[in-house]
Design a binder for this molecule. Structure first.
Ligand SMILES: [Zn+2]
Length: 118
């Protein structure tokens, strides 16, 4: 059986997240204070679940072997399908900035590991 394309996997993940009505996803492993800080940032500047979504989108994007060929000008505008690398970096940077130091370190390490895939 053919492997599902990364775009297909992303589209399915997105459809799932939109139909379950589950509470906004949070970045795993954060301290309670970190979760609170992220929720406040999302409320004030982004949308519920933005941080975890950005991290997931970045991870999917960088694991896609074709990611370097992606042209943001041809994006469909759906973050989990056609993420804008500049937007994802901006969100993840803002998130790390509001986190308590220990959480911020852990997040930056994770993002750094992903950036190594670039
Ligand atoms: Zn798309």
């Amino acid at each position: 059986m053919a492997r599902r394309s990364p775009a297909r996997v992303r589209a399915d993940a997105l459809a799932r997240s939109q139909t379950t009505g589950a509470p906004a996803e949070a970045i795993p492993g954060l301290s309670p204070r970190g979760r609170f800080a992220v929720a406040r940032l999302e409320r004030e500047r982004y949308w519920p679940g933005a941080a975890a979504e950005a991290l997931r989108a970045w991870s999917l994007f960088l694991r896609d072997p074709w990611h370097r060929l992606f042209d943001p000008a041809e994006s469909c505008g759906v973050m989990l399908c056609c993420p804008d690398p500049a937007e994802l970096r901006e969100i993840l940077h803002a998130v790390a900035h509001v986190l308590p130091r220990k959480d911020a370190r852990a997040l930056r390490r994770r993002v750094g590991e992903l950036e190594d895939l670039w």
